[in-house]
Design a binder for this molecule. Structure first.
Ligand code: GUN
Length: 297
């Protein structure tokens, strides 16, 4: 079997075009343009790249954006004061603090200081809690983007065995919640694996849907998956490659070429999940702007 490619770039393009229309209709109806405030602490090169992609996405769909760039020496108090000012600013619809933060800052503490009504990442405990009990919320962008891909390609999830590798608060954990809930879009029997899981293959081999978000190149090999599995590779790893101008290339967590021969569907890296994450951030920011005018729930 040769897997069909899940083209995240194409689906993100379609989604972004629809969102651009939605934003223009919102503005034509007399409302202020949605505004996303991004907070960057320090100069992590990957964070700078991701923020660049988010800024360009905002420009493309007509969402205003601005990045508050704070030094990596900023204290927790100063950072939270800045966030408080954005919470209180009625012209700010969405707030995104780019992670990871320098080690002297607690991401939990910082995320909790964001007004949950402006938490367009869906990381605030209020939003994670609402997701867990099937209440309308800002869904974490990467899992939400993966569900958009399932919908677009009519990939069934209900009653399948879904295995998530990686239990981060950004991807693995909310992905497992969304896959497993009985009342929302998932309804899959869900296993979540992490670095303490014994015999990873014994779990991945039975997955109808395998979502890998471990941040470890080449973690999942063809012999670890079931014939015909749907493989969603969330990993974005920089590995040294002197044949490229940048000196590195991006690879996922899966052995793409070998798994492609065995899976039924697969996401490439880059061009799979990544563009959908950004599109979902745009969707959440527009939703935050709408909710600030018309509380929707
Ligand atoms: N770092 C890596 N991914 C993300 C994300 O989706 N949001 C934020 N805020 N930081 C990240």
């Amino acid at each position: 079997m040769s897997a069909k490619i899940i083209d995240g770039k194409k689906v993100a393009d379609i989604t972004m075009n629809l969102l651009k229309e939605d934003v223009e209709n919102w503005v034509k109806a007399g409302f202020r343009r949605p505004f996303l405030k991004v907070v960057q602490v320090g100069n992590d090169p990957a964070s700078t790249t991701y923020i660049g992609a988010k800024t360009r996405a905002c420009q493309r769909v007509g969402i205003d954006t601005d990045t508050a760039h704070l030094p990596d020496t900023v204290s927790a108090k100063e950072l939270k004061e800045a966030i408080k000012s954005f919470n209180e600013d009625p012209t700010v619809d969405g707030i995104l603090v780019q992670l990871p933060l320098p080690s002297h800052l607690s991401a939990h503490d910082v995320i909790e200081s964001i007004d949950h009504k402006k938490d367009v990442d869906g990381f605030h405990p209020m939003n994670v809690g609402r997701l867990t009990v099937d209440q309308p919320t800002f869904k974490s962008c990467t899992p939400a983007g993966i569900f958009e891909l399932f919908n677009y390609y009519s990939i069934p999830v209900k009653s399948k065995h879904a295995v998530v590798v990686g239990a981060s608060n950004i991807v693995g954990s909310p992905m497992a919640i969304m896959l497993s809930r009985e009342n929302a879009s998932g309804k899959a029997t869900t296993t979540i694996c992490h670095k303490f899981t014994k015999d990873l293959t014994s779990h991945t081999i039975s997955a109808d849907i395998l979502v890998v978000a471990a941040g470890q190149p080449n973690l999942i090999k063809a012999e670890m998956i079931k014939e015909g599995a749907v493989v969603i590779d969330v990993g974005i790893n920089r590995v040294a490659d002197e044949t490229t101008d940048k000196g590195y290339k991006l690879v996922g967590d899966c052995d793409y070429d070998a798994i492609k021969q065995k899976a039924s569907w697969i996401t490439p890296v880059p061009g799979g999940v990544g563009p959908m994450t950004v599109a979902m951030l745009m969707k959440n920011t527009l939703l935050a702007a709408k909710k600030s005018i018309y509380p929707l729930d």
